[in-house]
Design a protein around this ligand. Structure first.
Ligand code: AHG
Ligand code: MN
Ligand code: MN
Ligand code: MN
Length: 338
């Protein structure tokens, strides 16, 4: 065949969503599909502006701070606006929680979903051109939900879908649905479509890579110290120490962990007793991706991350996540101290 190399039967995100909706039969109204279409548009737009940032004066600080105390970059503000406008206009969202919005946004209309998002994760890396991304989670609200922030103070086990993008050498989208597998899509800039390039992503069960901000080790508690020492200074005859990889964008560190295996942690410590990463729009969506790819995610008390219920929309938690057996090792060391 002359064009045997050319793929002509491509699964785009649009096709994937349509097929998933059809597989659900008449129970599916198409609302979720339309919501995902709005989501993917926001990912494409954010990716576009990030790639053009240095050309159109979008680098640097916006001069403001968000509710969690982060200095906002110009792109944090723009990414948030893109996301908010896209969710509002979809008509499918009642409540939206964003890292960059102090309060939950409530939209009028028939929306029955709540969306939680970190519009740009890793924004301290933006001006250096290092990979950043968008994290999102979707809850389906009860019919009698009032449309307040309280509607989303739910454990991650209630998420109907979650995922993240990573704007790296290409724009990658990782998407998972409740009880489903994890699928990876890559944006084809020419077609303007996310293409299914990584169907059914499964994390290796074990891999000797650790990913943590080692600069915080002064503040770690003794179980944390003992765990990291155990992988860096193995005592078993012939055992090699782990490799260290830390990008400082959770999306990029998580994407590598998904692809190669290993573990990523942002532990609670003496400086950040509740951890740094935020439960609703950072920890829970990532935990769902990790679990559905065969891995695990727990908080600093070794509790399953997906069962942690935030008391406030911007609540934080420590997190350890990654390959199944790597998180078992974390639990074993912390277990000795309990
Ligand atoms: P954000 O840019 O959305 O505020 O999130 C930053 C997070 C996360 O991306 C990353 O894992 C972590 O902060 C890095 O923190 P340190 O610089 O403290 O290591
Ligand atoms: Mn931030
Ligand atoms: Mn973030
Ligand atoms: Mn962010």
């Amino acid at each position: 065949k002359v064009h045997s190399e050319i793929q002509t039967d491509i699964v785009t995100l649009t096709r994937y969503l349509t097929e998933t909706q059809h597989a659900l039969g008449s129970t599916a109204t198409g609302d979720f599909t339309l919501l995902c279409h709005a989501l993917q548009f926001s990912f494409k737009s954010i990716s576009y502006y990030i790639r053009r940032a240095t050309l159109i004066n979008l680098v640097g600080l916006a001069g403001s701070e968000n509710k969690t105390g982060d200095e906002q970059k110009k792109l944090d503000v723009i990414g948030n606006e893109i996301f908010v406008n896209s969710m509002r206009s979809s008509g499918k969202v009642k409540v939206l929680v964003s890292e960059e919005e102090e309060n939950a946004l409530v939209f009028q209309g028939a929306g029955k979903y709540a969306v939680v998002c970190d519009p740009i994760d890793g924004s301290s890396n933006l001006d250096a051109g290092v990979s950043v991304g968008t994290i999102f989670g979707i809850f389906k609200l009860d019919d009698n939900a009032e449309g307040t922030a309280d509607d989303v103070l739910l454990p991650g086990t209630e998420l109907v879908a979650a995922g993240f993008t990573m704007y790296g050498a290409s724009a990658n989208l990782v998407l998972t649905m409740k009880g489903g597998n994890v699928n990876g899509f890559t944006l084809d800039n020419a077609l303007g479509e996310f293409i299914l390039t990584h169907p059914n992503m499964r994390m290796p069960k074990t891999r000797s890579i650790y990913s943590v901000n080692e600069g915080n080790s002064l503040y770690w508690d003794s179980p944390c110290r003992e765990y990291f020492d155990s992988i860096k200074y193995p005592t078993k005859e012939g055992a090699k120490p782990y490799s260290s990889r830390y990008i400082g964008s959770m999306v990029a560190d998580a994407y590598r962990t998904l692809c190669y295996g290993g573990m990523f942690a942002y532990p609670a410590d003496k400086k950040s007793p509740k951890g740094k990463l935020r439960i609703l729009y950072e920890c829970a969506p990532m935990a769902m991706v990790m679990e559905n790819a065969g891995g695990q995610a727990v908080d600093s008390h070794m509790k399953r991350m997906l069962e942690v219920v935030p008391t406030h929309i911007h609540d934080r938690s420590g997190i350890f996540m990654g390959s199944y057996d790597e998180i078992e090792k974390v639990k074993a060391v912390f277990g000795k101290h309990q």
